[in-house]
Design a protein around this ligand. Structure first.
Ligand code: KIV
Ligand code: NA
Length: 277
C-alpha cells in the first residue's frame, strides 16, 4: 500500500471513495490497521474507557495518550495517523494547545490531532493549522462534554440544535480543519453537512452519506458485550473467542493436559542428561 496523505483523503472525498477510519491503541492494533486497508488510524481518547478502564475520556492525561501514540505509530505506517487531544490539553489557551499538539507530533509520532468542539475552538484550530499541524475537527456528540450534555445523547435532533452543529462544522472548516468527524447526529444532517463542506466528513452514527466512517476498535471487534450504541455494527466477536480461548487454556492446565510432554516440551540429549545427573 501507499502512504495515505491529506491530499489523498481529499481526492477520495472528491471521487466518492469512502474513507475507512478506525481507532487503535497499541502496536498490534496499529499493525492491523496498517495491514488490512485502513485509511486513517485514530488513537482515540476512547483509549480511556476501552483500554485503561476509566469511566470517562475526561480522565485521560496527555502523558497516557503519548505512551499509546508511540506504540500505535510503530505499527501503523501506511494509514494517516491522528491522535485525539485529551480533555483539558487544548482549552486553556492556543499556546497550551500548540505546546501539547507539538508533543503529540514530536514524541507521539502522529501526523495530525483531533479536537472536540464548535466555533469556540476555531481560533485554536486556526493557530494549529497555521503552524503546520493538521487538525481534524469533531462535532455533534462530544464525549469529553458528556457531563454538561447530561449523557451521551444524539445531537442536532431539533432545528436549533441542527443549526448549531451545522454552524460548528462550517466554522471549523473555515478555521482550516482538513476533515471533520460527525458523531451521533441524524443522517439527514450528516448528508447536508457533507454536501455543504469541501473537506471530508467522517461519520460515527451520522448515516451512510458522509465521506467516510469511523468505529472504535473494541466496538467493531466486540471486545466486550456491554452497551452497544445504535451506530455500532459488530464485525467480529472477539470477546467470545477470548472466552473460549482462556477457558480452554485454564481447563487444560487444571486437568494436566497442557503442555504435552512430546510435542510441547523440549528434549535433551540422553548422554547430556546422564552427565548432568
Ligand atoms: O475517541 C474515539 O474513539 C473517537 C472516535 C470514535 C471518533 O473520537
Ligand atoms: Na475521541
Amino acid at each position: 500500500g501507499k502512504k495515505v496523505t491529506i491530499q489523498h483523503l481529499h481526492e477520495m472525498r472528491q471521487s466518492g471513495t469512502p474513507i475507512a477510519m478506525v481507532t487503535a491503541y497499541d502496536f498490534p492494533t496499529g499493525r492491523a490497521c496498517d495491514s488490512y486497508g485502513v485509511d486513517i488510524t485514530l488513537v482515540g481518547d476512547s483509549l480511556a474507557q476501552v483500554c485503561l478502564g476509566y469511566d470517562s475520556t475526561t480522565r485521560l492525561t496527555l502523558d497516557e495518550m503519548l505512551h499509546h501514540c508511540r506504540a500505535v505509530a510503530r505499527g501503523s505506517k501506511i494509514p494517516f495517523l491522528v491522535a485525539d487531544m485529551p480533555f483539558g490539553s487544548y482549552h486553556a489557551s492556543s499556546e497550551d494547545a500548540v505546546r501539547n499538539a507539538v508533543r503529540l507530533v514530536q514524541q507521539g509520532g502522529v501526523e495530525a490531532v483531533k479536537l472536540e468542539g464548535g466555533e469556540e475552538i476555531a481560533p485554536t484550530v486556526r493557530k494549529l493549522t497555521s503552524i503546520g499541524i493538521p487538525v481534524m475537527a469533531h462535532v455533534g456528540l462530544l464525549p469529553q462534554r458528556h457531563t454538561s450534555l447530561s449523557g451521551y445523547r444524539v445531537q442536532g435532533k431539533d432545528a436549533l440544535s441542527a443549526r448549531s452543529v451545522y454552524n460548528s462544522a462550517l466554522a471549523l472548516e473555515n478555521a482550516g480543519a482538513f476533515a471533520i468527524v460527525l458523531e451521533a447526529i441524524p443522517h439527514l444532517l450528516g448528508t447536508h453537512i457533507t454536501n455543504r463542506l469541501s473537506v471530508p466528513t467522517i461519520g460515527i452514527g451520522a448515516g451512510p452519506n458522509t465521506s467516510g466512517q469511523v468505529l472504535v476498535w473494541d466496538d467493531l471487534m466486540s471486545r466486550w458485550h456491554g452497551h452497544k450504541a445504535k451506530f455500532v455494527r459488530r464485525f467480529a466477536d472477539v470477546q467470545t473467542e477470548e472466552m473460549k480461548g482462556v477457558s480452554a487454556y485454564v481447563s487444560a492446565v487444571k486437568t494436566g493436559t497442557f503442555p504435552d510432554s512430546m510435542n510441547e516440551s523440549y528434549e535433551m540429549d540422553e548422554s547430556e542428561w546422564r552427565q548432568f545427573l
